[in-house]
Write a protein that binds this ligand. Sequence first.
Ligand code: DC
Length: 241
Amino acid sequence: MPGKSDMPGKLRGVVAMDGPSGTGKSTVSRRLASACGAAYLDTGAMYRAATLAVLRAGLDEASPAEKIAAVATTADVESVTDPAAPGIRLAGEDVEAEIRDVPVTKLVSAVSALGEVREAMVARQRRMIDAAVASGGGMVVEGRDIGSVVAPDAPLKVYLTASDEVRAARRRRQDAKAGRAADAKVVLADVQRRDRLDSTRAVSPLHAAKDALVLDTDELSVDDVLAALLGLVEERGLCAP
Ligand code: DC
């Protein structure tokens, strides 16, 4: 017979999942949402899709910030929040694969550092969260500023960490699975470059919210992290029976 934590009820409200890339955030967030009958929102995918729009408009990191912001803030980005088949569309086109490619990955930190872009994205994210919660449901939202800015009242905030080396190795395995082979040193340097940009930007830099639970995942498997999260969700009474 499955244990209580194998059969949680339906999530109510928001679980905020933050942390740098390669901490297992996406996998764990999707699985948590599936296990709790909740929606799943990948806010990084929204910044990536807006960045793809910037590239498609013929702009790059040397372009004026106001031009980049004008394209990114008006991009027709639509998130699919089913944790069994999450996705992202740009002007109706499925761009899930393209937003993970190198050109977007290189430019996304610069685009997501712009105040105007963040303001527009945060407003969209809050609208999606409000809609999910208003209908009596829950949403697992992953990103960099969810607990600190987007959903500061979330009843559960988790900040995942891991060493640079472990995160780079995970990112490399993920890339290899998706057919994007990359050199270990290049991946490590990219992970560190993005961390630096994301943590030092002026607007909403990456940091754990004061009341976030910090989980170091160096020694934890995805199953371990999921079990810890399910325990927390239950402990805090966030599940409807
Ligand atoms: O999680 P990810 O690697 O797909 O995120 C892509 C980029 O988007 C990342 O470099 C930081 C940025 N981001 C952000 O600034 N705020 C968020 N809530 C999510 C992502």
